[in-house]
Write a protein that binds this ligand. Structure first.
Ligand code: ZN
Length: 101
């Protein structure tokens, strides 16, 4: 009987290991802050990370955050993509550029 062929390692992309998103990557995408969601009660809040250097991973913030509602240590931290929504079509800060004028 032949061994099952592995479909792929979800931790890799095209053979390259997937690197966690850093604050530097996030800022290059036009996002300056995080949204943290408590793992216990789902309370969420926006977090200003401007004081942190570019090489800090986004994921590392969640491990050290304490919820202000229930006191639980540990949250999910993701880039605050809503910040960028304003610059997308339909957003208040959207500026059409060629060829879409
Ligand atoms: Zn909580």
């Amino acid at each position: 009987m032949a061994a099952r062929k592995a479909i792929g390692d979800p931790r890799r992309w095209c053979g390259e290991p997937i690197q966690p998103m850093t604050l530097g990557n996030m800022r290059q995408s036009g996002v300056r802050g995080l949204v943290a969601t408590c793992c216990a009660c789902s309370h969420n809040t926006e977090v200003d990370v401007n004081a942190w250097p570019d090489d800090v991973s986004v994921r590392s913030f969640g491990l050290h955050m304490r919820c202000t509602m229930c006191g639980h240590l540990g949250a999910t931290a993701i880039p605050n993509w809503k910040e960028r929504a304003d610059t997308m079509p339909g957003g208040a800060r959207y500026r059409a550029s060629a060829p879409y004028r």
